[in-house]
Design a protein around this ligand. Structure first.
Ligand SMILES: CC(C)(COP(=O)(O)OP(=O)(O)OC[C@H]1O[C@@H](n2cnc3c(N)ncnc32)[C@H](O)[C@@H]1OP(=O)(O)O)[C@@H](O)C(=O)NCCC(=O)NCCS
Length: 212
């Protein structure tokens, strides 16, 4: 096992701070999740979250073990001092230097670009300091708001993993987005030879139809 890598405080603009999750966040975290349980359950498949602060603390202590082991980096997102949501990099594979990002916001904090800026800050750090080479984000193709977050940063959809997730007995097709350290921020793709050939074929056929 590699030495755990400390999770730093990250800033993402004037009023947005990403702070490492800690046990004492249990109560605020529970309250924010409880106020948003309908939409979070739908998006994340969390059907039986803890109901008391004590139970939340126990679960949080469990979750923080993967942080202590270095398999995860987990942040609380604070907007103007208020807990707005959370973002993490989980399932970090040391050997191949990659991980997966997950996120959610309280409804009152959506529509302001908070998650787009948070994702950008997390990926900037993961590539430059943490030296990961690949970050993946998976989202149900029907969850447009979630897919839009990586798309806004120019991160491209790599595949659709059909029926790869189940929420409340419903199978979901998951879009997989991938960001790469050697193309960050992402440049648009170069045209392939096939694209160029297609274009010239289309020009030829247009010329032909003009002759007719
Ligand atoms: C996924 C989720 C975090 C996205 O939230 P969001 O508010 O749409 O995303 P952002 O915080 O990046 O904000 C983007 C919105 O703010 C607007 N915006 C305002 N200022 C902005 C800025 N500076 N930069 C980017 N967007 C900005 C954008 O136009 C966009 O609004 P629009 O959707 O009306 O076009 C939220 O819907 C959520 O928590 N869903 C439930 C949990 C979930 O699905 N998690 C993902 C599971 S894979």
């Amino acid at each position: 096992m590699q030495e755990p890598f400390e999770t730093p405080v990250l800033t993402a603009g004037d009023s947005l701070v990403l702070r490492p999750a800690e046990l004492d966040d249990a109560e605020r975290f529970l309250n924010l999740a409880a106020a948003n349980i309908e939409r979070l359950s739908h998006a994340l498949g969390v059907w039986d979250p803890p109901k008391t602060v004590e139970d939340r603390r126990k679960l949080m202590a469990e979750d923080l073990k993967s942080v202590q082991n270095g398999d995860r980096h987990w942040w609380m997102i604070e907007s103007e001092g208020q807990l707005a949501g959370t973002i993490d990099i989980h399932r970090i594979y040391y050997r191949v230097r990659q991980g997966f990002v997950g996120y959610w916001l309280g409804a009152a904090f959506t529509g302001r670009g908070i998650m787009t800026r948070s994702l950008q800050a997390v990926i900037d750090w993961a590539f430059t300091e943490r030296k990961l080479i690949r970050i993946e984000i998976q989202s149900s193709i029907e969850n447009r708001a979630s897919c839009a977050v990586p798309e806004r940063l120019g991160i491209r959809r790599e595949s659709i993993r059909r029926q790869s997730h189940i929420v409340k007995d419903q199978t979901l097709d998951m879009a997989s987005y991938a960001a790469f350290a050697n193309n960050w921020p992402p440049e648009p793709p170069e045209k392939t030879t096939t694209d160029k050939n297609d274009l010239s074929r289309r020009r030829d056929s247009a010329a032909t139809s003009h002759r007719i």
